[in-house]
Design a protein around this ligand. Sequence first.
Ligand SMILES: Cc1cc2nc3c(=O)[nH]c(=O)nc-3n(C[C@H](O)[C@H](O)[C@H](O)COP(=O)(O)OP(=O)(O)OC[C@H]3O[C@@H](n4cnc5c(N)ncnc54)[C@H](O)[C@@H]3O)c2cc1C
Length: 476
Amino acid sequence: MQTSTLSALRAIIGESRVLTSERDIALFRSDALTLFSCKPSAVLEPGSRKEVVACVQVLHAAGIPFTARGAGTGLSAGALVPEGGVLISLLRLNEILEFNEDARFAVVEPGVINAELSQMLADSGLYYAPDPSSQLECTLGGNLAENAGGPHCCLHGMTAQHILFAEVVLADGTVETWGSPTAAEDDFDLRGFLIGSEGSLAIALRIGVRLTPLPETAQTLLGAYPTMIEACATTADIVASGIQPVAMETMDQRTMQVVENSIYAAGLPVEAGAVLIVEVEGTPQQVEQEAAEVEAILNRHEPLRVEHARTVEHRAAIWAGRKGAGRAIRALSPDSYVMDGVVPRSRLVEIMKFVAEIESETGLEIANFFHAGDGNIHPHFCYDASDKELTVKVERAGIRILRKCLELGGSLSGEHGIGLEKEALLHEQFTPETLALMDRLRRVFNPKDLLNPGRGLPLGKGCAEAFHRHGGHSNA
Ligand SMILES: Cc1cc2nc3c(=O)[nH]c(=O)nc-3n(C[C@H](O)[C@H](O)[C@H](O)COP(=O)(O)OP(=O)(O)OC[C@H]3O[C@@H](n4cnc5c(N)ncnc54)[C@H](O)[C@@H]3O)c2cc1C
């Protein structure tokens, strides 16, 4: 980067907030998907929305690619820039700007951590419903960009259902507000483009989020089954029954064992091949009736046992165990690759049989814990990335699973996004015409492709080579 550009950035945010040393930027080479890495030429840490806008204007004028970064917990290599590019970390923009209890919304800066918003509102009887398992670390800006889901999105819907508006800065430094607290005021609603656009249309500076009343009561049931296949068949039956649980999550034995050996231990049925966790919420009468119906279905599938969360604390421990699984599993291997694919819930049994076949055919170690109620699978490969051959084997197995999701009528991503991870497979889900349309739409907002270049769409030649894959292998 030219010295004059660096000086301009330092003048805006201060010398110490422009990180360029090897040591300072080492942490920013990857997100939580370490299959990809790329060293940014600088990491900027602006402290206000005004500073973000001014930095964007300087980078745009200098023609330097840049990418917003939240907490870096993304699992599709979204928050990376090609070499020579700049990352804009938004973690210092972490203020809750407004809380409107009557109209049930809050306005937050993008670096606010997901769980902290609900903790802050605890006394009001309201909360922010989307609850990615990474909610103790991930930011609301990152959630918006990826349209994040979570266990309780099964009933409450993904991030898109909870964003009322966003103030954004476009790639050229223009500031716009898309959406509004009262939808009626907005005659041209661009939120749908923004949410899930993986940081490639605009950077969110302020986000208006819908708040949800805490449920009157809830019940959590656990069905322990000999294998994952019974847990998935039970999920499909619950869906077919028309009952609408707030969450339906599953974990296999390998995952339960590792959770029970960690700080997230929750008394899970480790003797079982898999557990299905089903939660219902609402008024006491509603919950009693739905829990009884769920229990009857759980019992129809010959469980090893069925139990209810005994206390509020037990229920909290079950969710801490489920949400902590992604962290606990790191004890199994030096590296991991968490896949993200989705199938119609009626096809869960087929996809999980396929995952089991891949495991026995390749000898790779796979742990499974996922959002069964959304048909959103997350096979979790445990491996050692220093073994290049093994890494390529893992990537190839992952591609086969994603192709199978498509074959079963599903999609390449349930919630982690396309990022760099899946861009080479997009043409297998979408026609060239649809991809060209998506590209044209992106260029309306980001004409020079400076903002998060290529992300979420197939990369042009040259751009793809600017990022490094550990396996050194292309999935094309
Ligand atoms: C253990 C673990 C569990 C997880 N569980 C879930 C889960 O249950 N559900 C789920 O959906 N995901 C899950 N994830 C993935 C990840 O946490 C989500 O994708 C999350 O939304 C990323 O937020 P982040 O702040 O870390 O964003 P980052 O990783 O920093 O960035 C992600 C993308 O958002 C863009 N971005 C960041 N901030 C902004 C902004 N202000 N404006 C525009 N673009 C922006 C970046 O450019 C990038 O493209 C999990 C990850 C881990 C490690």
